[in-house]
Design a protein around this ligand. Structure first.
Ligand code: VG1
Ligand code: CO
Length: 538
């Protein structure tokens, strides 16, 4: 085996964001760019000698090229075995499962998730640790520090391997094992859910894979194992550019599915997932379920599925996610946790057995079965619940509201804002937090305002500056934060929430109007960004 050492110089800006390093494909195509980052990972993580590494991605443009290079570099770094999904494909939750199942020391997940793909769009690399979850901040920070000083990367010499052929080959002294990307994941789902009950319920389903990674998973699980009609899975073939669409399962980018679910031929249940398969959009016939409500409803009914029959240990949600899940936790008498945005903050709670179900307002839901959010898992839990209850999605949602009240919720995204202007808005907001309590905006009175900080209860690590919260009397609130997954300019996210104990059939836009107005008064969105309307409302 010949290991070649390639000299390199650092690139600026290789700091992982909310979920790994995400940049334009053109940025990744610069000489040594991907190699610098991957070598920085390998330089920082310990215990590679004799260990296994899982590698896979969502099939987007550049996926195969980066995998081939990562394999050669892993061989030089001392790994004994690399496990790769056939075709370079692994959904993010399937990668998490494989890391756990095979006792790997970690994994490289190649994806920019819900961001568009193709030669002019986005690519990303994320490192996951041995528990199967995204590397925590301490590790991503160390990786970033390493990228600022890196002077060489190493790889064994050799040709590309055949990623489409199951089985084992050698690269240098290392074994590369190409595995079926779906089989282990599908088996895990069969353990957690009552497939026979779902089959017997006679439900009709539309699942939009958005030409992204969940196609093969959904086809195997929904159409083959659960027997839903052929055609249940739409856009089921993963494409390197996702057919030119944003693989983001929200009301804007999954509009076709939404229209279908609101139309005369709607099936019982509709769902979609994102580029890397960790998000879920849930729409019943005539009823959109906000991700925050979905988290709460899944938590309240999870015991109906075999995998959760023993009950939940706790529920965790990211700070901008609505408090609907907290009400369920209170009723169940289990703890509720509020973490910063991003799945990496749930890992410790799950490992410690403090939480069983976690979720984010951005359409991410998951449990302790893996250490990533999991789109198809959420779909199957919904189907299991529907099968056992024998009720429609709409009926379950309305019953939930009747029991717990309703947290009206929306997120307004202002995309492609100039970074300086977005930073100025946040700085001004932070500067006036202390003055806000007691101030009145229309019919709303500020009860408290802060810049969210989180202390991890398992290891005491502190994460600051995680978003500005303005809490109003009566349980309404607005949250402001800047996205950490974008690849150009800044995205301002404004999260709006209003709690109503009994007025559960209102129109979300109307119910949130006074909070939208207050948000404008408080933050000066128009003044700072020049925008009068959000680009995306979810
Ligand atoms: C967004 C979401 C966050 C999610 C993250 C990764 O981050 O808000 O909830 O965990 O994307 O999701 P941000 O920093 O842009 O708000 V995925 O499916 O893109 O890995
Ligand atoms: Co994703």
């Amino acid at each position: 085996m010949t290991v070649t050492t390639h000299p390199t110089t650092p690139y600026d800006g290789q700091k992982p964001g909310t979920s790994g390093l995400r940049k334009k494909v053109k940025v990744f195509q610069q000489p040594n760019y991907a190699e610098n980052f991957i070598q920085s990972v390998f330089d920082v993580v310990e215990g590679k000698e004799g260990a296994s590494l899982v590698i896979g991605g969502d099939g987007r443009f550049l996926n195969r090229e980066v995998i081939q290079q990562a394999i050669r570099m892993a061989a030089a770094a001392g790994y004994a075995r690399v496990i790769v999904g056939r075709g370079g494909i692994l959904s993010t939750p399937a990668a998490s499962n494989l890391i756990r199942l095979r006792g790997a020391s970690g994994g490289l997940v190649l994806s920019a998730s819900h961001n568009p793909g193709g030669p002019d769009e986005d690519f990303g690399i994320k490192y996951n640790i041995a528990n199967g979850g995204p590397a925590p901040e301490g590790v991503t920070e160390a990786i970033y520090q390493r990228t600022t000083t890196i002077g060489r990367w190493q790889a064994v010499d050799g040709p590309d391997i055949d990623l489409d052929q199951d089985g084992e080959v050698r690269v240098g002294g290392m074994v590369v094992e190409i595995v079926d990307p779906v089989a282990d994941y599908a088996a895990l789902m069969e353990q957690l859910f009552d497939f026979a009950a779902i089959r017997a319920a006679g439900l009709t389903v539309a699942f939009d894979a958005m030409s992204a990674v969940t196609g093969p998973y959904a086809t195997e699980i929904l159409e083959r194992r659960l027997g839903f009609a052929p055609g249940t899975v739409r856009n089921g073939k993963p494409l390197p550019d996702f057919g030119g669409h944003h693989p983001d399962p929200n009301l804007v980018h999954a509009r076709e599915l939404y229209d279908h679910m609101m139309g005369p031929n709607a099936p019982d249940f509709g769902a979609a997932s994102d580029g890397d398969g960790d998000r879920n959009l849930i729409i019943g016939r005539g009823r959109f379920v906000t991700p925050s409500d979905s988290l709460a409803i899944l938590a309240a009914n999870a015991h109906l599925a075999p995998g959760y029959a023993g009950g939940l240990k706790g529920i965790a949600r990211s700070m901008p996610t609505s408090a609907a899940a907290d009400r369920v936790a209170a009723k169940l008498g289990i703890p509720a946790f509020e973490t910063p945005t991003g799945w990496k903050f749930f890992g410790n709670l799950l490992d410690a057995g403090m939480a069983t179900i976690c979720g984010e307002e951005s359409a991410g839901t998951g449990s302790d079965h893996v250490r990533e959010k999991d789109g198809l898992w959420a779909v199957l839990l919904w189907l299991n619940i529907l099968a056992v209850c024998g009720q429609s999605v709409d009926a379950i949602v309305r019953e939930h509201y009747a029991t717990y009240g309703r947290n009206y919720y929306a997120r307004h995204d202002y995309e492609g804002v100039e970074t300086e202007r977005a930073d100025a808005l946040m700085a001004e907001l932070r500067g006036k937090l202390a003055d806000l309590p007691g101030q009145r905006f229309g019919d709303l009175v500020v009860e408290g305002a802060d810049d969210f900080a989180y202390t991890d209860p398992t290891d005491g690590s502190v994460s600051r500056n995680q978003g500005v919260r303005v809490l109003f009397e009566g349980g309404s609130r607005v949250v402001f934060r800047l996205s950490g997954t974008g690849t150009s300019g800044a995205t301002l996210r404004v999260y709006l929430e209003r709690y109503e104990p009994s007025d559960i059939d209102g129109d979300t836009t109307a119910m949130l109007q006074s909070i939208v107005d207050a948000a404008e008064d408080i933050a000066g969105i128009k003044r700072h960004t020049g925008r009068t309307q959000p680009d995306v409302v979810t």
